[in-house]
Each structure stands twice: as structure tokens, then as C-alpha cells.
Design a protein. Structure first.
Length: 192
């Protein structure tokens, strides 16, 4: 005689009851989750240098012969006040030194950097007629993280080449070879 006992109903949580009563089903679900995770991981794009732009705009205005206090009061302050009315501005930092004012404008997230640059140009252009007559034209720069150097090399001689010969060799041999490498944007040589 074979006696079959009816399945005992557990009185715990439904998930734990299924896990105890159906171990093969739970094992298959775990394997399915692992396979889906591995497939998702393999198709996940990886970019060591992702493209993004920092919405930072710099404005430099020269005022030849003026001291730092004069530059701060007559050049930097009016420009700061005009830029401060732009929506989306996070911070404004200005530096006034002898003969030049440097204003850095940082925009908040979600602001298009080229639109921010355009807004800064418009506001500064409106202020320029009120600046002292001797001030130069504003110089604008938009910071691009992609333009920062990825690789820097230092070259020196063991004494067999003069600094002029070493610089000539770098300009004639190294720079063209590096420029021919696929993906190189520019090569800048300094020193020598």
C-alpha cells in the first residue's frame, strides 16, 4: 500500500513557501536572472572619456594702466551686475588685477553652454558702452573638457644635443609622427 500524503501547506510568506516547495523553479529563475544580467552587462557601452560640456564661460576685458581697484570698480562690477540677470547662472567669480578683469560664469545643470555663451555676449555688449573709453574689446572663452590634453610628454637630452637641436628634432620628427596618429586633435609644443 502506498500512502500519499497531501502536500502540507506552509504558513509563511508566499515567496518563501514557493521557494521551499518548488526548488527547481526558483533555481531556474535565478539562472534566468543571471543570464539576463550577463547579456545586459555585455551590451552596456563603456566610454572612458564621455562627451559632456561644462557650461563655463570666461570674459576677459583689458584696461591698460589701471590698478586692480579701478579695474574692479569700473570694469568687473558693471559686467558682473549685467551677467547676474541671466537665468541659469550658478556662480560668478571675478578677478581684477592690474590692467585686466577676468569674469568666470558657471551655469547650472541643464543650461546649453553655447546658449549661455550667447547670453553672456549679449549682456556684456550692452554694458561695453558704459565702460571706460580705454578698455579693450571683451574676449570670450567657452571651456571645453574635450579640448584638455589627454597625454603630455617631456623630452630631454643626455647632453649630446643642444636645446635648439632638441627642439628642432621634436618639431621635425616627433610632432608630425604624433599628428598622424588616428584621433589626435592637436599637438602643442612648449619649452626649448
Amino acid at each position: 500500500m502506498s500512502s500519499t500524503r497531501p502536500k502540507e501547506r506552509l504558513k509563511g510568506m508566499p515567496i518563501s513557501d514557493v521557494a521551499i516547495q518548488q526548488p527547481v523553479f526558483i533555481t531556474m529563475m535565478m539562472l534566468l536572472a543571471i543570464v539576463i544580467g550577463l547579456l545586459a552587462y555585455r551590451s552596456l557601452p563603456v566610454n572612458n572619456l564621455p562627451d559632456f560640456s561644462m557650461p563655463i564661460v570666461s570674459v576677459a576685458v583689458t584696461y591698460p594702466g589701471a590698478g586692480p581697484e579701478t579695474v574692479a570698480q569700473q570694469v568687473a562690477q558693471p559686467i558682473e551686475e549685467a551677467i547676474n540677470t541671466i537665468s541659469g547662472v550658478d556662480t560668478i567669480n571675478s578677478t581684477a588685477s592690474e590692467g585686466i578683469a577676468q569674469i568666470m560664469v558657471t551655469f547650472g545643470e541643464g543650461v546649453d553652454s553655447s546658449q549661455g555663451l550667447q547670453n553672456v555676449r549679449e549682456k556684456v555688449s550692452a554694458v561695453v558702452p558704459r565702460l571706460p573709453r580705454d578698455t579693450g574689446d571683451p574676449i570670450y572663452q567657452q571651456f571645453d573638457v574635450g579640448a584638455l590634453p589627454v597625454l603630455q610628454l617631456a623630452v630631454s637630452s643626455d647632453g649630446s644635443l643642444s636645446p635648439l637641436q632638441l627642439r628642432q628634432m621634436i618639431d621635425d620628427a616627433f610632432v608630425p609622427a604624433i599628428q598622424r596618429i588616428d584621433g589626435v586633435g592637436s599637438v602643442t609644443v612648449s619649452g626649448g
